[in-house]
Design a protein around this ligand. Structure first.
Ligand SMILES: [Zn+2]
Length: 262
């Protein structure tokens, strides 16, 4: 019997969204997750919440223990992960305040441990990095959610230069963020479904007419959209389909994994 079957990895503002939350201090072979995992009820489902950056924003994007975070959730029984995140806009197709469920990512991070595979031959299929079923549920959860787009994930913690930003945009990037990788790949290695819900908080430095990003505007826009996000996540969780049989899990059928899924 699992403790939770759905998880939300997001900002600390999401704590209030769980009913009757109980904390679980989980340790993993990869160290401790960003914080104890809170488990409570949302739309009748058992939902785990993990603040990605820690309870008091302790871990900047390049210092998050992504492997411990995903492992901790899986060890509680989680099979479906919803990953709200703040992003910058790279394309004029998006504007601050937009909600986007990206369908592609480009991993421009460096130096992060981004896999559970430490020996042997296990090659994750990742052409479509996000779960189509969970993405469907997120898109259907509110009328103003945009479907599709490429999220470029940079190492951070600094924002991009104008030239970098223009280059990402010229390569087809729609959104830019610092945490989307390796989160999605690790979820799939653990045979979990995962989809991102990106809130555009600002336009990136290279976007037309932009002066560059400030940290305060990012945090402020996220705070002012918290209620909208939690409402949307609640609707999506209520509508999540059975994870059984999803390609996010079945890819590993018949493959000898060199790590043991908890
Ligand atoms: Zn899936």
């Amino acid at each position: 019997m699992s403790t939770a079957d759905v998880a939300v990895i997001g900002g600390t503002g999401f704590y209030a969204f769980l009913e009757n939350a109980q904390e679980h201090a989980v340790s993993t072979p990869y160290g401790d997750p960003s914080a104890p995992v809170a488990v409570g009820t949302v739309a009748g489902r058992r939902v785990a919440f993990l603040p990605r950056h820690g309870r008091h924003h302790d871990f900047p994007p390049h210092r998050i223990n992504y492997r411990a975070n995903l492992w901790a959730l899986r060890s509680l029984g989680v099979r479906q992960v919803l990953a709200p995140c703040a992003v910058g806009g790279l394309s004029t197709e998006v504007a601050p305040g937009d909600l986007v469920v990206p369908d592609q990512l480009v991993d421009r991070t460096s130096g992060r441990v981004s896999s559970y595979v430490e020996h042997g031959a296990v090659h994750l299929p990742f052409a479509d990095p996000y779960c189509p079923r969970v993405s469907d549920a997120l898109v259907a959860a509110a009328p103003d959610v945009r479907r599709g787009g490429t999220m470029v994930v940079i190492e951070g913690p600094r924002f991009s230069t104008r030239a970098e930003s223009q280059w990402y945009a010229a390569q087809g990037g729609t959104l830019i963020n610092m945490t989307g990788a390796p989160e999605a790949a690790l979820a799939r290695e653990l045979r979990m479904c995962c989809a991102a819900l990106a809130l555009v908080t600002d336009m990136d430095a290279g976007a037309e007419g932009e002066t560059g990003v400030g940290q305060e505007e990012v945090f402020a826009l996220f705070r002012s959209n918290l209620e909208r996000l939690t409402g949307l996540l609640t609707n999506a969780i209520a509508a999540l389909p059975d994870p059984e049989g999803c390609t996010c899990s079945t890819w590993a059928d018949g493959i000898e994994l060199t790590y043991e899924i908890p």
